[in-house]
Every structure is written in structure tokens, then in C-alpha cells.
Ligand binder design. Structure first.
Ligand code: KIV
Length: 275
């Protein structure tokens, strides 16, 4: 009973929401990666990464789809349960897939499944101010939430593709407001995807909750990348913000350790990774 209390005093206490908040307050960078199975999860843990996301990017890198839209809740639960088996220290987050949070009740029911069946400790959902009511409802039920802003891959059929977001002043202003609104609604973490670095910096300064970026510049509190991208497994052209961490390393573990170091010493992302 209360193993978490005993583990708190161990040399590698598990990361939790409070740890992430402290890291932001202390100016320590948060390293995050996606994972989809137990073996890679164990390597990621060994490499010292803080947060693992079971992302709906699995629809693209595992299932071979063009978008994340075909991913279902059962797919995420299956992979999340596998990832949970491989993790001890990192904080596990799981994506709420397309159309699994269209009402407060549906969102709560599905978030509960991700936590109870998938072993997730936080759920991530995409959307701006329109999702504040859902975030508030989940937060009221003590479900830790990450709000995903900027490029929202579940909406690409509506928005017209995988494009940098927040370039125009009005769009940047809207994103800043959305981020504050979602934080005030109870989001514990905000994730920003594919936005100009200046906007990433402003939002990170304006929020008291940790901000994780992917293609959002060097100033966010943490960095996340898709595991298969940094191991150079993903076929085809990679987004500008991706760095191949296998370069100069002879094992996936060494590449993961290199990513972790590069995030902490701020050598990733470099200028060439910014929009
Ligand atoms: O699904 C995913 O992997 C994500 C990351 C790109 C942040 O949402």
C-alpha cells in the first residue's frame, strides 16, 4: 500500500504532475517522447526521459495511415497498456483520439478508460477555447489533462493540412488567449505544435503550467518528438523540427540518451529546427 510514498524517497522517484510543475519553476527542461510498446518504453525510461506520450501518431507510424483520424480509443488503450508495462519513472500521458471527447460525459468516460485500462496518468486532447468546458469537467473529476494547441493533427481535414500555425498576429493572439483559458479551465500541461518560436516563448512565459513544444522553438519548458522520427525509422521526408538522433550513435538507447541530454543542455532544438 502507498508504494508511491515509498518510491518518492528512492533515487529515481516516478515523475508526476507536481514534478513537472517544479521543473518549470526551477527552469529545468522536461524531456518527452512518444512510445507505443513496452520494449521501447523500457529503453526510454533507462535513457532518463521524463514524460512518455502514447500518441495517436501511432496511426501514422505504426498503422501506416496518412493522418491520425482513423485511430480509435481501443487502439490507444492497447498501446498504452503495453507502454505502462515498460515504464517506472516517466510520467505516462495518452491521447484522446478523434471524436472521443465531443461531450463532457463522453470525454469523462473515455478518459477513465485510458487511465483504468491503459495505465495513463494524464490524457491529452486537441483544441482551443471550444474545449475549455471539457477540460473543466475532466479537471473537476481529478483527471489530469494536457491541452494540445497549434497544429492539431486531428483537424487536418478541416484546416487544410499539416501547416505551421499562429504566424499571423490575430491567430497568435487567439492561441495565447486559448492557452490561458485552457489553463484556467484546469489543464495541467499545455502542448504546442508547429508554431513560431517567438509565440512559443510568449505562451510559455504567460502560463504557470508547464508548456511542452514540438516544433515550437527552444523556449518551451519541455520538448517532445515522435520516437520513430528521432530513431530515423519513419520513412519519407521529416518535418523541419525533427533531428535524427541515431547519427553518431550505434544503438537506440544511446540515441535516446543523446536526445535527453540535448533537451536538458538546450542544444536541441537548434536554429535550423525552428519555423
Ligand atoms: O500523437 C502524437 O504523437 C502527438 C505528438 C506529435 C505531440 O500528439
Amino acid at each position: 500500500m502507498y508504494t508511491q510514498l515509498q518510491l518518492r524517497d528512492s533515487s529515481r522517484p516516478p515523475v508526476n504532475v507536481a514534478t513537472l510543475g517544479k521543473m518549470k519553476a526551477n527552469g529545468e527542461k522536461i524531456s518527452c517522447l512518444t512510445a507505443y510498446d513496452a520494449s521501447y518504453a523500457a529503453l526510454i525510461d533507462e535513457a532518463g526521459i521524463d514524460v512518455v506520450l502514447v500518441g495517436d501518431s501511432l496511426g501514422m507510424v505504426i498503422q501506416g495511415h496518412d493522418t491520425t483520424v482513423p485511430v480509435t480509443l481501443d487502439h490507444i488503450i492497447y498501446h498504452s497498456r503495453a507502454v505502462a508495462k515498460g515504464l517506472f519513472r516517466p510520467f505516462q500521458m495518452a491521447d484522446m483520439p478523434f471524436m472521443t471527447y465531443t461531450s463532457r460525459e463522453q470525454a469523462l468516460q473515455n478518459a477513465v478508460r485510458l487511465m483504468q485500462e491503459g495505465g495513463a496518468k494524464m490524457v491529452k486532447l486537441e483544441g482551443g477555447a471550444g474545449q475549455a468546458e471539457i477540460v473543466e469537467f475532466l479537471a473537476r473529476h481529478d483527471i489530469p489533462v494536457c491541452a494540445h494547441l497549434g497544429l492539431r493533427p486531428q483537424s487536418v481535414h478541416k484546416t487544410g493540412g499539416f501547416r505551421v500555425q499562429g504566424r499571423e498576429e490575430a491567430a497568435a493572439e487567439r492561441m495565447r488567449n486559448d492557452a490561458r483559458l485552457l489553463q484556467d479551465a484546469g489543464a495541467d500541461v499545455v502542448l504546442l505544435e508547429c508554431i513560431p518560436p517567438q509565440l512559443g516563448e510568449i505562451i510559455t512565459q504567460e502560463l504557470h503550467v508547464p508548456v511542452i513544444g514540438i516544433g515550437a522553438g527552444p523556449h518551451t519548458d519541455g520538448q517532445i518528438l515522435v520516437l520513430y522520427d528521432i530513431l530515423d525509422i519513419t520513412p519519407g521526408r521529416k518535418p523541419r523540427f525533427v533531428r535524427n538522433f541515431m547519427t553518431g550513435h550505434d544503438s537506440p538507447l544511446a540515441a535516446l540518451q543523446s536526445f535527453d541530454r540535448a533537451v536538458r543542455d538546450r542544444s536541441y532544438p537548434a536554429a535550423e529546427h525552428n519555423f
